[in-house]
Design a protein around this ligand. Sequence first.
Ligand SMILES: [Zn+2]
Length: 476
Amino acid sequence: MTSPSAATPQQSVGSVAGVDTDALRNAVSAAFGTTMSQLKDLVSIPGIAWPSFDPAHLDRSAEAVAALVRGAGLGDVRILRCDKEDGTPGGPAVVARREAADGKPTILLYAHHDVQPPGDPALWESEPFTAVERDGRLYGRGAADDKAGIMAHIAAYGAVTQVLGEEFGLGVTLFFEGEEEAGSPTFRTFLETHRELLRADVIVVADSSNWRVGVPALTTSLRGLIDGTIDVQVLEHAVHSGMYGGPVLDAPTLLSRLIATLHDAEGSVAIEGLVGRDEATVDLTEAEFRADASVLDGVKLAGSGSIASRMWTKPALSIIGFDAPAVDVASNTLLPRARAKFSLRLAPGQVPADAMEAVRRHVETHAPFGAKVLFTPGESGNAYLTDRSSAAAAFAMWALGESWGVPAVEMGIGGSIPFISDLTDLYPEAQILVTGVEDPDSRAHSANESLHIEDFRNAVVAEALLLARLNSEGLG
Ligand SMILES: [Zn+2]
């Protein structure tokens, strides 16, 4: 295998690594008017997978997507669903597959066709379910998240099959989920049920963001998550604070002292045994972070290293709940017991079970004044790190840079995409690429969601280039 070239700072003319970049770019552009009008049609369907919304719209959304897939030349299109745990049906997924020619890899292209509810209509400058172009952006619910992801896959597939014809031998599976915004309740069951149908060597998840308008990104790391509760008990029962206060501290005070040991003086997580790295290749300025996170003037930032690494590749611990009497009903007693819930974001490379044990060890060995500490583990989810040495990741970085004419960056997400760990569990050999059509102004999930139209065109071109490069070079 020839080694993949790095992202190029300028769009090259003609052909690179056996890929006719000009022909693909032209094919995407020639069809782009159609692509945009198909995207607008999809935006007009309010397919929301939450139980309180009419499922008929979601079915209509699946039918519309299936028709587009058929139009792109994939004949065997199915609308499939699994039941939820309570026996009610999950959201309709659209799946289509073409088999790989001998020796060619198979790529699965994922996006979701369900959308978030519109929220307060008064906050929208135009109707949420009528796609409208303004200032180079397309506004509407789902215009970015994630109907543009669906259209990027369909349009890229259309361009590459048109340009390469018989030479295009990749196996391609389109997998368009219909319940992502409702938390993907049947995703795991769906994968287990259709494991062979969805099997692939490379999986492209088009549901993330680029770094900013004009700068493409591959999302290469996602943090994991654990949570749990810490219960501190100090007395058998509440007692009068005037009679007994002094020789013994109350439970909220002791719990607070315990919580205070979870971070060191600079605000880094102080639990022994957690992993973290400072390796981000892009960063935010402190001013950008303060503005985005609405940090009040005078509040100092916590932790050390680049701001991006503090958000993406280091652990972050928050107290997200605290049980103690409400201030309005507080009485003068020493409280016997207090409880807090913590949430700990995990750096890629951290095994959640190890982190849970590390927190347990920490709170049990730091019990202040010998208070009784009860630790109860909660939920956990895996972190994710792209194998950046893989051919697929290198080709994706090349394709993004080539399409935009600007080097692609690797970015992380401080949160998680829970279904990524289901994909890695069921397809441990697959190389997963997290791409996206959003940018920091897309406001996915909020009012006035929008898509940057030129970046969307670049995203389609990049995916067509990726498909063509995988077709010509395989995975080595
Ligand atoms: Zn999404």
